[in-house]
Write a protein that binds this ligand. Structure first.
Ligand SMILES: Nc1ncnc2c1ncn2[C@@H]1O[C@H](COP(=O)(O)OP(=O)(O)OP(=O)(O)O)[C@@H](O)[C@H]1O
Ligand SMILES: [Mg+2]
Length: 592
């Protein structure tokens, strides 16, 4: 039976996935079991109702012939009413418990995923698409919660009801029981044919919806490019095509699912007719009482509805299994190796020496990017790393910050191998400003102060002055309190200045600038450069820059090519040497 989501995404191993979900329910298992028990008991109890109604009917029928026994009728009616009220209350309690269990479980899963993201190595994110990971946090967890809520207690209650009804029917009268069951199955046979057909369209609908969504996302995120290349017409055409497909799939699947209610009605009515006809024959032969027919009319309904519910719940469980497989696959991903830091370097006690010794590294184990990197940065020095695109400059920064683990060799800070420090410790020692600016939704102030406590407005303005951001901030309607929500409202250069200001507030003993000023004009760059030079004063800094004019005053220039250092020295020495650096430097001046 198609649920609200239509499809039932198939899981790889249904049984295993469901077992895992039950295992992971841990803290909520007791509550879930209580909910399931309430549902089961309430459905078993409800099986008594038809019998009571049957007795009541017989009593009334008897009363019509002789004296009405109002007392008996009255007490029977009250009993039936109490049963119904009790079962309604049980339903409410069960629904409440189950909703609570499934939503708390979803909340816990979301927590676990978010914590997991922090423990995964960056390598994982190189290999996996962000969208995929995000969809696990949102859609899949949602599916699990919803499908658990809809299926777990329902399926148990439905099975209990089904078995109970069958037993009760046979206990009451086996001929009538067979009549009800056979007519029920004939109806189901028809329905299952329609279902089989509609399943196909529901899957198609899901697929087409996915297609149109990714098309919209693609166009939306690249709207400027689409417009610049006059690609609207093509995009529109493609959209129309996909839209038409969604329409077709939707129409077919909804038409078929619209057929369901009348068909279910048909099955029910088929059962009533059969039960009434056979029942009438039996009453005439005095084999049963009139009340038995009344009981069976209810039994027929009680017998078909759990079957529908079981089918529906199985479908929900199937979605639950498929979604949980994806979520747990993510939660089972290999994490970064456990840390056993044996040393601690405190920020204010760091002297500022960094040494690379025969560092070898490749993002892919088999393909070395950094082949043999050795260098020494003395306390307070300004070290420039230069080299052509793809030489491995950013990679060196990644290794220094311990975003990736090196294959062999070692990196020392003040003589301590960074492998003996915790990653958090290493990162706390560095201020890093990158070419890829990262601003989050929040005020300008939030973006500058990020994660630092006790920074006064005066300090923030001071920093803004130093990077030449003050003018821009003052033109904003609310100054430092202006929201940066639409990325469009801040230019690439301004974004970069904000991240530089953030780096200045951070104020760590080491500084890393990776193409930090590539997006600002030369005059601003000069301003930032001056501010940076002040900031670098007394700090060991690593500067990566394509514009070599900006690193002329470095204490040491490391020239990289294909993962190796090919030349080292000061600017003048390297120019005199007339090697690779001189070639790079001169080529820039010929262009400009
Ligand atoms: N996350 C990654 N996974 C796999 N390979 C990578 C990854 N990042 C970089 N590389 C590869 O490593 C090599 C060095 O890249 P790196 O980013 O260090 O170059 P770079 O010197 O900083 O270049 P640019 O000047 O363009 O920034 C490149 O060949 C690149 O393809
Ligand atoms: Mg780079």
């Amino acid at each position: 039976m198609p649920g609200p989501r239509g499809e039932a995404e198939k899981s790889k191993d249904f049984g295993k996935a469901i077992k895992r979900v039950i295992k992971e329910l841990k803290n909520f298992r007791v509550m879930a079991i209580i909910a399931v028990l309430i549902a089961a008991i309430s459905s078993v109890v409800s099986i008594m109702v038809p019998n009571m109604l049957s007795n009541l009917t017989d009593k009334i029928a008897e009363g019509l012939r002789m004296d009405m026994d109002f007392n008996a009728i009255w007490s029977m009616t009250i009993m039936i009413a109490l049963f119904q009220i009790g079962s309604a209350i049980a339903g409410v309690v069960e629904g409440f418990l189950m909703t609570d269990v499934s939503n708390r479980f979803a909340q816990e899963l979301r927590d676990r995923i978010s914590e997991k993201i922090n423990r995964l190595p960056l390598k994982f994110f190189d290999k996996n698409q962000t969208g995929d990971t995000l969809s696990r946090v949102t859609n899949d967890v949602d599916t699990i919660a919803q499908s658990l809520n809809e299926s777990l207690s329902t399926i148990v209650a439905a099975i209990a009801l089904f078995i109970g009804v069958v037993i009760m029917m046979f206990v009451t009268n086996w001929v009538m029981a067979l009549t009800a069951i056979i007519s029920g199955f004939v109806g189901f046979f028809f329905v299952s044919i329609v279902l089989k057909k509609s399943q196909k369209y529901f899957t198609a609908r899901q697929k087409e919806l996915g297609n149109i969504n990714s098309h919209i996302e693609e166009i939306y995120s690249g709207l400027n490019v689409v417009k610049a290349y006059n690609g609207q017409k093509e995009a529109d055409k493609e959209f129309d095509r996909l839209n038409q497909k969604v329409y077709d799939a939707n129409r077919k699947s909804q038409f078929l699912s619209g057929l369901m209610p009348p068909m279910m009605m048909f099955i029910g009515n088929l059962g009533y007719v059969a039960v009434c006809v056979v029942g009438a024959l039996l009453v005439m032969n005095d084999a049963i009482t009139f009340g038995t027919i009344v009981a069976f009319i209810i039994y027929v309904r009680m017998f078909t509805s759990p079957l529908t519910q079981i089918a529906q719940s199985l479908n929900y469980l199937q979605s639950c299994a498929a979604a949980s497989e994806r979520v747990f696959e993510f939660l089972d991903e290999a994490e970064m190796p456990e840390q056993h830091p044996t040393q601690v370097l405190e920020r204010d006690k760091v002297r500022g020496m960094i040494e690379f010794r025969h560092v070898k590294f490749g993002y892919d184990e088999n393909k070395l990017i950094i082949k043999d990197f050795s260098a020494l940065a003395k306390s307070g020095q300004k070290i420039a790393i230069v080299g052509p695109t793809g030489a491995g400059k950013t990679t060196m920064v990644n290794l220094l910050m311990r975003f990736y683990e090196i294959n062999s060799g070692s990196i020392y800070i003040d003589g301590v191998p960074i492998s003996e420090l915790s990653r958090e410790n290493v990162r706390s020692l560095f201020t890093m400003v990158l070419q890829d600016t990262w601003l989050f939704a929040g005020t300008v102030r939030d973006n500058i102060v990020y994660n630092r406590k006790g920074v006064s407005d005066e300090q923030v303005w001071n920093v803004c002055d130093r990077v030449g951001l003050s003018h821009f901030v003052k033109t904003l309607p609310k100054g430092l309190d202006s929201d940066i929500t639409e990325s469009e409202s801040v230019s690439a250069g301004q974004r970069q200045l904000i991240t530089i200001a953030r780096g200045m507030v951070e104020d760590a003993p080491f500084l890393i600038l990776d193409e930090a000023t590539s997006n600002v004009d030369t005059r601003t760059e000069e301003l930032v450069q001056k501010a940076m030079d002040k900031l670098m004063h007394g700090r060991t800094s690593f500067i990566i820059a394509h514009r070599l004019s900006t690193i002329k005053n470095a204490d040491l220039i490391l020239v990289m090519k294909d993962g190796n250092i090919v030349e080292t020295g000061k600017h003048d020495e390297l120019i005199k040497k007339n090697g690779f650096y001189a070639e790079l430097y001169n080529s820039q001046f010929q262009i400009s």
